[in-house]
Design a protein around this ligand. Structure first.
Ligand SMILES: Nc1nc2c(ncn2[C@@H]2O[C@H](COP(=O)(O)OP(=O)(O)OP(=O)(O)O)[C@@H](O)[C@H]2O)c(=O)[nH]1
Ligand SMILES: [Mg+2]
Length: 266
């Protein structure tokens, strides 16, 4: 085993491939990196979930719809392995749909400039909204492919956002890669009096599509860290698993770790 980490511990060398510590733009070291995408209808809470995970804060106040796409990085520690999550926050609005698909399959990190550039493309596309979208669709679908994980949100107080989940799962099936990790998240679980989708409705749909499920709240933080840590753990297990190691199941892990509404203050 080589030593290639600054603190001299044995390197994570697996199948002869040395996992080199990498540096992201800041000085933060990480061993492996993955791309996670937040998708779902406009207003379900994708941006708020990301801000809660990244900054531990809740964006209350007026709702500002995401234009196009953006991303944030966060490095988490999974049993001693530093996993960098590059989290892409997509715009739920229908008019951006054809372009955000572009990011389901994105080779690797995109620089901030590229994201700014994408916003210009979004604005241009808005001008050609109808005609343009169709013309770009074949190009943009190419990007769905390389996401390691897709967090698919609906809002438990908004029936349409839940009804649209099947369409989202159809898109994922068409454009994302075979072994992409999919997690169905029923967000805004704190809105008990406005709730219109029961927990069991979400569970049933997740079972039907064989994807992990839990309810979250970007407002209280319930299950937010778990959603991202489950993805990071899956990635770590995939990258470092020896043939003799048991297979890691995101669904089993989430089912054993998740909090349910009202069980514990979060
Ligand atoms: N009560 C409650 N409100 C939330 C929660 N998450 C988001 N919200 C609110 O819902 C609204 C929309 O949240 P966003 O995160 O901006 O929604 P989005 O999915 O990013 O929307 P688009 O960017 O248009 O796709 C905001 O007013 C948030 O304050 C939550 O967990 N609980
Ligand atoms: Mg948003």
């Amino acid at each position: 085993m080589g030593k290639d980490k600054s603190n001299g511990t044995d390197a994570a060398v697996h199948n002869g491939v040395k996992q080199q510590p990498n540096r992201q733009m800041s000085t933060e070291l990480y061993d492996i990196s993955s791309k996670v995408m937040l998708i779902g209808d406009s207003g379900v809470g994708k941006t708020c979930l990301l801000v809660r995970f990244k900054d531990g804060a809740f964006l209350s106040g007026s709702f500002i719809s995401t234009v196009g796409i953006d991303f944030r990085n966060k490095v988490v520690d999974v049993e001693g392995t530093k996993v960098k999550l590059q989290i892409w926050d997509t715009a739920g609005q229908e008019r951006f749909r054809s372009i955000t698909r572009a990011y389901y399959r994105d080779a690797n990190e995109k620089s901030k400039e590229a994201v700014e550039c994408s916003k210009i493309i979004f604005f241009l596309l808005q001008i050609w909204d109808t005609a343009g979208q169709e013309r770009f669709r074949s190009v943009t679908h190419a990007y769905y492919r390389d996401a390691h994980a897709l967090l698919l949100l609906y809002d438990v107080s908004n029936k349409a956002s839940f009804d649209n989940i099947r369409a989202w799962l159809g898109e994922i099936n068409e454009y994302a890669q075979e072994d992409v990790v999919i997690m169905l998240l029923g967000n805004k679980a704190d809105m008990t009096s406005e709730r219109v989708i029961r927990t069991e409705d979400g569970e049933r749909l997740a079972n039907e599509y064989n994807v992990a499920f839990m309810e979250t709240s970007a407002k209280t933080g319930m299950n937010v860290d778990l959603a991202f840590m489950a993805v990071a753990k899956d990635l770590k297990m995939k990258k470092t698993r020896k043939p003799t190691d048991p297979k890691f199941s995101v669904t089993d892990y989430v089912n054993q770790e998740k909090q349910s509404v009202g069980c514990c203050s979060s």
